[in-house]
Design a protein around this ligand. Structure first.
Ligand SMILES: *[C@@H]1O[C@H](CO)[C@@H](O)[C@H](O)[C@H]1NC(C)=O
Length: 436
């Protein structure tokens, strides 16, 4: 382990390349990717995620929590706690009405409810990071929806379990033993049924971004009739299923070097990029040992055509990002990337046989998805949910699609674009397909 750390440091010093043997590839990847990260991120990101130092933020939203931003802008706000079947506590935020309405006024109108689910390393904050008249959550609230915002298990708002402590050395491995597979199995039903119960509505709308969509698609393949009964319309922003063409450096690097994942586990780290990761002891070790991994966390959002995003609001967003995820989610994505299959988590032949009855993990079966209303939008400049993989997804969804459109956008643009025209299109289709 120590030798591995040393090797990376040597390679960073640019010196001792010979004698690295099998690790030569990773060293080259580290050098190339580090240079790339510095070039693209330089200019608007100084060190880490210190949003205060970014060029741009014209207000203090990058420092403010969700509820304060809502309150200051004049929106009603509520926090709810949802318990999953496997006993994780999730935090759900709610903006029940439009700007200027009180909670009571808004709820009395029994507006159609919509559930928003963010992507990997992200949080509910992402939906209110843009300017007020562009941020999807505020646009929906002002258009007459009752807006509910999920926080994935393990993120900064949902780091809680009835019996397991995410930080205790003898409990954390079990706490963090989940990927989007478990989110699909437990979080999605817990959140959706909670919202239905709380609002008294039979059916709700769902909108998700990136890994948020992965959870939803997996849920649909597992139990389509469950989904169809509860969800009137699903909006898929930068949807992620297969990753055959993925160019996101964090995922491709992990995919090419599964030993990195094993080495991070050996350090006793199962949680990746928690909100305060630059200050955390575990991460100072990871960032020293594997500087590439820390650099690439930024790239997950920044390695695309940055002119497409509203730079000043990207700075706001960076004050709220990252929000933490499990190493297993990144591992699962890297397996999907490597196998070129949208498949269940791969535990290795022996355990797969035990769990799945097959040495190879089964694929999530899109032919199980039918009779739904799905809106798909994806970006030409998206390195994670690429146009090629989005076209594959489009084909799988077939008749479920009521709208499918490509835009000149990157991965985070669906929340932060300089040109949010795509969202007008989404709103139009939503309103043509109203539910109550
Ligand atoms: C914004 O995007 C829309 C749809 O992609 C496009 O038609 C329009 O020209 C764009 N506007 C600007 C100012 O670039």
């Amino acid at each position: 382990m120590n030798r591995f750390i040393k090797r990376l440091q040597w390679s960073q010093a640019g010196g001792w390349i010979s004698g690295l043997g099998g690790d030569i590839t990773i060293v080259l990847v580290v050098l190339v990717a580090t240079a790339f990260a510095e070039r693209t991120v330089e200019g608007y990101l100084k060190e880490g995620f210190d949003a205060g130092s970014l060029k741009g933020p014209e207000d203090d939203d990058h420092k403010k929590p969700f509820n304060i931003i809502c309150k200051e802008k004049g929106y009603p706000f509520e926090t709810h706690k949802v318990l999953t079947e496997d006993r994780y506590w999730l935090t759900l935020f709610r903006i029940p009405g439009a700007k200027g309405e009180t909670r009571e006024e808004a709820i009395a109108q029994r507006k159609p409810a919509i559930f928003l689910q963010h992507g990997i390393l992200d949080s509910a904050d992402t939906w209110i990071m843009h300017y007020e008249d562009e941020a999807p959550a505020f646009v929906l609230a002002n258009a007459g929806y009752d807006v509910w915002l999920g926080n994935t298990r393990g993120n900064k708002y949902s780091r809680e379990h009835q019996t397991l402590n995410p930080d205790y050395s003898d409990e954390k491995e079990e706490f963090w033993d989940f990927s989007f597979q478990e989110m699909a199995q437990y979080d999605v039903p817990a959140n959706i049924d909670y919202i239905r119960e709380e609002t008294g509505k039979w059916r709700i709308g769902v909108m998700a971004h990136s890994q948020g969509t992965t959870q939803m698609y997996i849920r649909m393949t597992q139990d389509n009739s469950w989904w169809k009964w509860r969800v009137a319309v699903f909006v898929s922003l930068a949807g992620v299923a297969r990753l055959d063409h993925c160019g996101s450096s964090l995922l491709t690097t992990l995919a090419q070097h599964e030993s990195l994942i094993e080495n991070i586990k050996r350090l006793g780290v199962y949680e990746m990029f928690p909100a305060d990761y630059l200050q955390s002891a575990a991460f100072s070790r990871i960032c020293k040992g594997f500087p590439i991994v820390c650099k690439l966390a930024i790239q997950l959002v920044a390695n695309e055509n940055k002119e497409l995003d509203e730079e000043k609001r990207l700075a706001t967003f960076m004050g709220h990002y990252p929000s933490g995820c499990s190493l297993k989610s990144l591992h699962h994505f890297s397996q999907i990337l490597n196998s070129k299959r949208f498949q269940n988590f791969d535990y290795g032949k022996e355990k797969n046989l035990e769990i799945y009855g097959d040495e190879i993990p089964p694929e999530y079966d899109f032919s199980n998805i039918y009779g739904n209303k799905i809106i798909q939008v994806y970006g030409t400049a998206d390195l994670l949910a690429t146009p090629e993989d989005s076209l594959w997804l489009k084909e799988q969804l077939g008749d479920n699609l009521i709208f499918s459109q490509e835009y000149d956008l990157g991965h985070m643009s669906f929340l932060l674009a300089a040109n949010m025209t795509f969202f007008d299109d989404v709103m139009e289709v939503l309103q043509e397909n109203t539910w109550w």
